[in-house]
Write a protein that binds this ligand. Structure first.
Ligand code: FMN
Length: 222
């Protein structure tokens, strides 16, 4: 399969995609072609297939702005989508900054930040945790407490707790490293003592009438 983005390299997302230029590419190929660019609603999928002959489409911004674009029944209301996304983020323990970014994108995508979402948008900008965001989107605090990190054994979303956990892990790693270094130093010191001891002794063969293989201290051998 070949996926074709139907904008020119120098064009920006605000420039319309050139669906009309794809048909010759599709007919010149014997492999399936996936079309990308400006598929903004469910009905566009069929429209694009008819106009270009492509076998499938790739949706980027529209899916980021409202994932319900894939519903054949049509878009769900933004309030539902945002609140569902936030709840999913809590349960699956997404990083709260990621959730915040996507929610902001949803609002911006809906081009309604200056409209009914303006207050929510400001409050979202000030959010520092999933719990803060739950307050913005009217998700019950007790729901949050019950479900947070549910799928991952209760890993916590709260930034302070995340920082505390990371600090403890860092400290633990530091202590383990120090213990390893000190053990290595001890072993090296032990080896040094053994080497010195061995160097202080010589195995003497047939010399000066000494008993073969007798061990003598170097200090006394000449
Ligand atoms: C959040 C986001 C991330 C993207 N990341 C990439 C990327 O890493 N590489 C790339 O070639 N295009 C990337 N794109 C561009 C999309 O793949 C796509 O070509 C473009 O958005 C046009 O499709 P659309 O009209 O459905 O948005 C990204 C788009 C978005 C919205």
């Amino acid at each position: 399969m070949l996926t074709v983005h139907t904008r020119l390299r120098e064009e920006r997302p605000r420039d319309p995609a050139h669906w009309d230029r794809l048909a010759p590419v599709v007919s010149a190929l014997s492999i399936p072609v996936c079309m990308n660019g400006d598929v903004m609603k469910y009905e566009d999928i069929e429209k694009c297939k008819e106009e270009t002959g492509c076998s499938s489409v790739m949706i980027a911004r529209a899916a980021q702005w409202n994932p319900s674009v894939f519903r054949s029944e049509g878009f769900l209301p933004m309030e539902t989508v945002m609140s569902d996304y936030l709840k999913t983020s809590v349960v699956y323990d997404y990083h709260f900054k990621n959730t915040k970014y996507v929610l902001a994108q949803m609002m911006e995508g809906a081009q309604r930040t200056k409209g009914p979402y303006q207050d929510q948008y400001q409050s979202l900008s000030r959010s520092k945790s999933h719990l803060d965001m739950c307050k913005v989107f009217d998700v019950n605090t007790s729901w949050y407490e019950e479900r947070k990190g549910e799928t991952l054994g209760g890993l916590l979303q709260d930034t302070k707790l995340i920082k505390k956990k990371r600090k403890a892990e860092h400290q633990e790693a530091k202590l383990a490293k120090e213990a390893k270094i000190s053990l290595e130093m001890e072993m090296a010191a032990g080896e040094k003592v053994a080497c010195e001891k061995e160097a202080g002794e010589v195995i003497v063969g047939d010399c000066d009438g000494a008993v073969p293989n007798e061990k003598r201290d170097v200090k006394y051998s000449t």
